[in-house]
Design a protein around this ligand. Structure first.
Ligand SMILES: Cc1cc2nc3c(=O)[nH]c(=O)nc-3n(C[C@H](O)[C@H](O)[C@H](O)COP(=O)(O)OP(=O)(O)OC[C@H]3O[C@@H](n4cnc5c(N)ncnc54)[C@H](O)[C@@H]3O)c2cc1C
Length: 308
């Protein structure tokens, strides 16, 4: 999609008016540091918080008509926005769209439902499949987009279907077999916004071992620090954390960003005035160092958007 090339206040006002005719809550130049767990990031030129799915649909259609670049965000727990910010519309899907219903053999969750909450509710109701979700601080929409998972499980294994607004503004129901999903990726294009998901979860024995592993995982994470979870995907047959640790990168700093000394694959924000470029510099440094030591090129799991 081509982005609108307009920079002046009048154009911003015109665009804001049109977006506000679709969605009541639209802000200008909203700092994304406030909406990401890593706590850094430049401004979103337009930032909208739709109250419900209808507002969301009207908003996305307005953005498409305006030829405005747009992106959906949930809880910002896997997102790094560069210092220059996002020159388009950031749609906050995670603030609302919180309906969750456990049905006979499935669960219906809107995109804004907390993924941890979904995991907990299913566990309590004796519905196996998403025990690993407990402790993942994202939204259902973000979990679908990222194909979130842990310990060999992932959401696509139990996904029955999703409802999305596609890049043409159409409402489409998709099944996993329609998507080229893989490890930590749904294959959904960026312009497809997830509205809801149906999880296949008939009653059964929940996996207590999986749940215990989930609790152990939480113990091993530097949860008192701001982070976006695992920075890199695990390369086939190995662990990114193992390679980072072996390369002597635990505790390495770039400004206020550090490769955690508790969990080598976590990049943590330990500074007071940390900037997004410090995270990106550290990511590049880790990629180059691990590559030169082991010949493996790590791929970031975190989604990086915006202008430098
Ligand atoms: C402490 C910590 C632990 C973590 N542990 C794990 C883990 O064990 N396993 C794991 O897989 N991840 C983990 N993560 C990463 C993260 O929580 C997951 O990837 C989560 O699913 C992201 O959801 P979100 O709502 O925060 O997405 P965001 O960070 O808001 O967005 C991530 C991506 O999804 C897109 N997106 C978000 N919502 C939508 C939507 N409704 N429609 C379309 N696209 C959307 C965004 O555009 C972006 O590309 C962890 C993160 C932290 C901070």
């Amino acid at each position: 999609m081509q982005m609108v090339e307009v920079m002046n206040d009048q154009d911003d006002k015109k665009i804001t008016d049109q977006l506000m005719s679709a969605c009541e809550r639209v802000k200008l130049n909203e700092p994304m540091a406030k909406h990401t767990t890593i706590g850094v990031g430049g401004p979103a030129r337009f930032f909208a918080i739709p109250a419900d799915a209808d507002e969301m649909i009207r908003l996305i259609r307005a953005a498409i008509r305006l030829r405005l670049d747009y992106i959906g965000v949930g809880r910002g727990s896997n997102l790094l926005v560069r210092n220059g910010g996002f020159n388009g519309l950031v749609v906050n899907v995670g603030a609302n769209l919180g309906k969750l219903e456990v049905r006979k053999r499935t669960a219906y969750a809107e995109a804004g439902v907390s993924f941890t909450r979904l995991g907990r509710v299913l566990m309590k109701e004796g519905r196996p499949g998403l025990e690993f979700a407990i402790g993942i601080p994202g939204s259902v929409g973000g979990a679908v987009r990222m194909n979130a998972g842990a310990y060999g499980s992932e959401i696509f294994r139990v996904l029955k279907s999703i409802k999305v607004i596609d890049g043409k503004g159409r409402i489409v129901v998709m099944k996993p077999e329609h998507l080229p999903f893989r490890y930590r990726s749904s294959g959904l294009p960026r312009t497809s916004i997830v509205l809801s998901a149906i999880i296949h979860c008939p009653p059964g024995e929940t996996d207590d071992r999986q749940y215990e592993k989930t609790l152990d995982r939480l113990e091993s994470q530097p949860l008192s620090n701001r982070s976006f979870g695992s920075t890199f995907k695990n390369p086939p047959g190995d662990f990114a954390g193992r390679l980072i640790e072996k390369a002597g990168l635990k505790g390495v700093l770039r400004g206020g960003m550090m490769m955690s000394d508790k969990h080598a694959n976590f990049l943590v924000n330990v500074g007071d005035n940390t900037r997004a470029n410090e995270a990106e510099d550290l990511i590049e440094h880790v990629i180059e160092t691990v590559h030169s030591r082991f010949g493996v090129r790590l791929e970031p799991e975190v989604i990086i958007i915006g202008d430098r």
